[in-house]
Design a protein around this ligand. Structure first.
Ligand code: PLP
Length: 350
């Protein structure tokens, strides 16, 4: 730490992203990327940008297309450099000591990191023993709420009617729903943003639009809240989404058919792999996302991760202690999942 680091940042513990291997040939199932490239027309769109000019700070064309896709008005959408950027914007727009937040003890690791960075008091509400969210905990909580739905890294989803119950219970606080994986499930809280003034839905192109490297996310919320977010965004970085990415994001929406087919394939591969893992004595959640959350009772999570890595398969093992026995495994191609199962068989037989 340098002597210049702001006192308010002393002791920050940054988020640690999943490993991006360099050189080593590994089957990469650790950061929930898609195993497929986006359609060629999306890749081609990137080179259509006029790079000498600034990108459109309003991202109007893409917002218009997203609005049509989701059946909302463009004033209900704002764009960001991935969901992480949008989450940071939400924190600095809406949360502080007077507006604390609550989220599950097992959820996306960036939520507590951002809270510490922005000095937002936070409460971690324990999931039930079966790793499901107890909705009543949030119905009764006095704080603003952040829930990933499906949750990460459990993959377990709450019905939208249960989300609505939390939104309705307390109109004086915000409910943020992080839908990074919602496309793999097919349900969304976005319609609630037309009905209530206190719900914000966060979406990303990283997982279900196969564009993690392009960095694109969007927020769907009542127009008044989008106005606040846009004011803050224009105060930090009005050009947070590059012009190639704006074009790729627009083109991806012209290829919905391609993505829908892939989502169905990924869900089928996931369910087949979950069954195969259960047959081998694993415990696995009922994941609705593009990853599997599973544990093998006889080998602790970190140890199993190392054994799989030695056999060329990279998966993820995340804190807190409560879920250390578990592995989060991205759903890859059917061939990659076969390789995973073969590696697991070899580890178990030893
Ligand atoms: C991957 C992920 C994000 C971050 O997505 P980016 O758009 O790549 O920043 C946010 N929330 C959850 C729950 C995620 O799994």
């Amino acid at each position: 730490m340098s002597r210049f680091l702001s006192a308010s940042r002393a002791g920050i513990k940054p988020y640690v992203p999943g490993e991006q291997p360099r050189g080593e040939k590994l089957i990469k199932l650790n950061t929930n990327e898609a195993p497929y490239a986006p359609p060629q027309s999306v890749i081609d769109a990137l080179s259509g940008a006029s790079l000498n000019l600034y990108c459109d700070p309003l991202g109007l064309e893409l917002r218009q297309a997203l609005a049509e896709y989701h059946g909302v008005a463009p004033e209900h959408i704002s764009l960001g450099n991935g969901s992480d950027d949008n989450l940071a914007l939400l924190y600095t727009s809406f949360f502080d000591t007077a507006a604390p937040i609550a989220f599950p003890d097992v959820t996306y690791g960036l939520y507590p990191v951002l809270a510490a960075l922005y000095n937002v008091p936070f409460t971690e509400i324990p999931l039930r023993n079966d790793l499901t969210v107890n909705v009543d905990d949030y119905v009764n909580a006095p704080q603003n709420v952040i829930l990933a739905n499906p949750n990460a890294p459990t993959g377990i989803a709450l019905p939208i009617s249960e989300i609505e119950r939390i939104v309705v219970a307390n109109p004086d606080r915000l409910v943020v729903i992080d839908e990074a994986y919602a496309d793999f499930w097919g349900e969304s809280a976005i319609p609630l943003t037309m009905k209530y003034g206190n719900i914000i839905v966060v979406r990303t192109y990283s997982k279900s639009r196969f564009l993690a490297g392009a960095r694109l996310g969007y927020v769907v919320a009542p127009a008044e809240l989008i106005g606040d977010i846009e004011a803050v965004r224009f105060s930090i970085n009005p050009y947070n989404v590059t012009s190639p990415t704006l074009l790729a994001g627009r083109e991806a929406l012209r290829n919905n058919e391609y993505f829908h087919v892939r989502w169905t394939e990924i869900a089928a591969t996931r369910d087949r792999t979950i069954s195969a893992l259960r047959e081998r004595g694993f415990e696995a959640t009922d994941s609705k996302s593009n990853f599997i959350f599973a544990k093998y009772p006889k080998i602790h999570g970190p140890e199993l991760l190392q054994k799989l890595r030695a056999r060329g398969i990279l998966v993820r093992n995340l804190g807190p202690d409560r879920i250390r026995p578990w592995l989060r495994i991205t759903v890859g191609t059917p061939e990659q999942m076969d390789a995973l199962l073969a590696a697991i068989d070899a580890v178990i037989d030893n």
